[in-house]
Design a protein around this ligand. Structure first.
Ligand SMILES: CC(C)(COP(=O)(O)OP(=O)(O)OC[C@H]1O[C@@H](n2cnc3c(N)ncnc32)[C@H](O)[C@@H]1OP(=O)(O)O)[C@@H](O)C(=O)NCCC(=O)NCCS
Length: 276
């Protein structure tokens, strides 16, 4: 545990993030306008280490570092509104960057976070578009199987697309929801925030990705669905035809990128902005 005078009136304690911080962390993300439920924080924690900033027993800052083999995703970086602009965000970032070790680091930055991330050496790699709304049914252009098993083969497709080792995370997500498969791809749908989120969507081509997304929208027709898409894949206009509209997003950024072989597999939707 370290004590820091960040310029605030009281000293702030930075401690390793534990389950005991979850209620305070949830209050912080809700105050920031994020839709995460306690279960959404808990899923991230299964693959993460992190830090919490505490003032008189109250959680006033959080930051997590999720480990996926040679890649780390940095996420849930939040400072209480009353404490912003005093260096606490930078301090929390420095702690989780140390937890990432020599891994490639990725994050999806909000407008507020961008200046800090740029100063810490992160470079933008693309735009993530968040779409959400009440899903409309649509006939998939290829057959889609709903209710498949999370297998090692699916984790291998995900690794080929993302460079991240996350078989156990995918197995957990599959247990929480529904797995869809089609020739040349798979997708996972689970409860998140205000309803459900579709992600990851991993496919070899756009037709397979569209079929998976249409299959998920049909499965969830009439219910709230969210998808976070890499804009460069160009599927946002298609997703809009399924009843979802743009509701923000972020800037994908990387630090210390490693070269990756071209495999032909692509990520068409993220597990979440936090987990990549
Ligand atoms: C992003 C956030 C965590 C930053 O926390 P913070 O405690 O205010 O950050 P700091 O005080 O450490 O400031 C970070 C740096 O960004 C700089 N900065 C902030 N806004 C800036 C701007 N508009 N232009 C240039 N630099 C800016 C600060 O000067 C500081 O630089 P320095 O360390 O070299 O002095 C905080 O604003 C927050 O919680 N926002 C809401 C949640 C969110 O969007 N989180 C990001 C998720 S990806």
């Amino acid at each position: 545990m370290t004590r820091h005078d960040t310029g605030a009136t009281a000293a702030i304690e930075i401690t390793p993030f534990t389950e005991a911080h979850l209620p305070g962390a949830l209050a912080l993300s809700q105050a920031a306008g994020w839709p995460h439920r306690r279960e959404d924080w808990a899923l991230g924690l299964t693959v993460s280490q992190g830090v919490a900033a505490n003032e008189n027993g109250r959680v006033v800052g959080t930051a997590l570092c999720s480990l996926h083999g040679a890649v780390a995703t940095l996420n849930m970086i939040i400072v209480d509104q009353s404490m912003r602009g005093r260096g606490l965000g930078r301090l929390l970032m420095e702690k989780i960057i140390a937890l990432a070790g020599d891994r490639e680091m990725r994050l999806v930055g909000t407008e507020q976070g961008l200046p800090l991330y740029r100063k810490l050496g992160f470079a933008p790699t693309g735009v993530i578009v968040q779409l959400q709304g009440l899903a409309r049914a649509a006939r998939p252009e290829h057959p889609v199987c709903v209710g498949a098993e999370a297998t090692e083969a699916l984790a291998a497709m995900d690794y080929a697309a993302s460079g991240m080792e996350r078989a156990s995370l995918l197995a957990r997500i599959a247990d929480m929801g529904v797995t869809l498969t089609t020739e040349g791809g798979f997708a996972m749908l689970r409860p998140f925030g205000r309803g459900h989120v579709l992600g990851p969507v991993i496919a070899r081509d756009k037709a397979a990705a569209r079929a998976l997304i249409a299959g998920a929208a049909t499965h969830l027709a009439g219910h709230f669905l969210r998808i976070d898409l890499p804009e460069e894949q160009g599927l946002a206009p298609f997703v809009e035809t399924l009843g979802l509209s743009r509701a923000g997003g972020g800037t994908a950024m990387v630090h210390s990128p490693r070269p990756r072989p071209e495999t032909g597999w692509q990520t068409h939707a993220l597990i979440s902005q936090a987990l990549g």
